[in-house]
Design a protein around this ligand. Structure first.
Ligand SMILES: *Cc1c(COP(=O)(O)O)cnc(C)c1O
Length: 231
């Protein structure tokens, strides 16, 4: 077996264990393989090993890779998730080539993605990125603005609001990793109580997936544990 397929299997097992420890069905946690900076060949290898959904951060790199994979392996029907910061001039490419966007954090970007979603494609699945650690430098909408953004996004015809996403500040102590994820789960439950039809909590990366799963993640975004360390 290749390294990638071995890693993938190990990550799948890890997710299933973490879900079981949290009394959750393993199938309630989906794996998004984060392939940013990885060559098309690595994605194809993971796809041949059964991985379906891939996450990318950089629009140009991603679109080139998506097109390359379509040429090399036209039989693969992959699901592409955009998870990086979004500049206005990148929305057209993202709206045309992706199935999901996890990093919508302002109205202007949401409106552009909706307008630029090509006719004939289903609405783009959207998560609102929450600035859960309150870092000034990080992207993400602040807690007070979430409801307003959720309302806007849920009314845009080219988008389908699916849930929330966050990248908490890195924390080495596994005990302390839980708090921001718990806050995310509370926000998610609050929006659902207000009538928003959400089914997705995108949280947890290689270093903190256990805590995220314990607190209710439905998508974990894993790069390093599958593809190895990035440069
Ligand atoms: C790179 C990245 C990941 C994957 O991180 P790993 O630590 O390699 O698992 C997940 N989410 C986002 C938003 C990222 O940019």
């Amino acid at each position: 077996m290749s390294t990638i397929s071995t890693n993938l299997q190990a990550v799948q097992n890890h997710i299933a264990d973490a879900a079981q420890k949290a009394d959750r069905p393993p199938a309630s946690v989906h794996l998004l393989a984060v392939s940013k900076t990885c060559p098309a060949q690595a994605v194809i290898e993971a796809a041949r090993a059964g991985q379906h959904a891939f996450g990318e951060n950089y629009e140009q790199e991603a679109i080139r890779k998506i097109q390359q994979i379509k040429e090399i392996a036209p039989d693969l029907a992959l699901e592409w998730h955009f998870i990086g910061p979004i500049q206005s001039n990148k929305t057209r490419g993202i709206a045309a080539h992706f199935d999901w966007v996890h990093s919508v954090d302002r109205e202007r970007i949401a409106r552009r993605l909706s307008e630029q979603r090509p006719a004939g494609l289903p609405p783009l699945n959207v998560c609102l990125q929450i600035n859960i650690s309150h870092e000034n430098s990080k992207s993400g909408v602040n807690a007070q603005e979430i409801i307003a953004l959720a309302k806007t996004v849920s009314q845009l015809p080219g988008l389908k609001l699916r849930g929330l996403m966050a990248i908490p500040e890195p924390e080495d102590n596994p005990e302390k990793q839980h708090e921001p994820f718990r806050q995310m789960k509370n926000l998610y439950d609050e929006l659902r109580e207000q009538g928003y039809d959400l089914d997705t909590l995108s949280m947890g990366m290689t270093a903190d997936m256990d805590a995220a799963i314990a607190e209710g993640a439905t998508i974990v975004r894993i790069g390093t544990a599958i593809f190895g360390a990035r440069n």
